[in-house]
Design a protein around this ligand. Sequence first.
Ligand SMILES: O=C(O)CCC(=O)C(=O)O
Ligand SMILES: [Fe+2]
Length: 198
Amino acid sequence: MPLLQARGNLIPYDGQLYHWPRFYPQEQADSYFQRLYQNLTWQQENLFIYGRWLPVPRLMAWYGEPAAHYRYSGVDHPPLPWTPELQTLRLDMQSVCGQSFNSVLANLYRDGRDSMGCHADDEKELGPNPVIASLSFGETRLLRFRHPQSSRRLDIELMHGDLLIMAGELQQHWRHELPKTRRPKQPRINLTFRNIID
Ligand SMILES: O=C(O)CCC(=O)C(=O)O
Ligand SMILES: [Fe+2]
């Protein structure tokens, strides 16, 4: 990932994090946002917590190669077939990262009440030190990284067209979340390109 490494690792230790603001310029990012918003099959997932079903606070969709099943919200998800725009984005991510991605998780945060809880993308099917390429479209939202061992925190504002790459041991040592906010927020789409290993 020479192009990315030249931008500098944002994380102080135990992982790699590269941010490429405005990877897609405004007009291109606008067009991707519209197409993804309209064309992806957005689903409301539910989670069984403390004895009852609760709606996951965002909409989600899973796309990829037929074999790339992924388990989230306690359920196995077979992938939907690539849409043309996801294929194009995937090719861009593969050339920047110098590796292939066989799947993508799409998240739609409808407003400031939608969020993602603190987690690491450390599932077995991603392998030990996964490279994950994350694209953001639409509203600016804060992504917060936490290193529980040292209590260190790192906040990154992700904007329309931004690319963020997580790599190295990041998922073993750091967790991340997209907090809710009281500020009025327009919708935001995030795509995380992943490589699922059998
Ligand atoms: O929306 C984001 O920027 C974070 C998404 C994320 O962490 C995930 O899909 O695992
Ligand atoms: Fe994540």
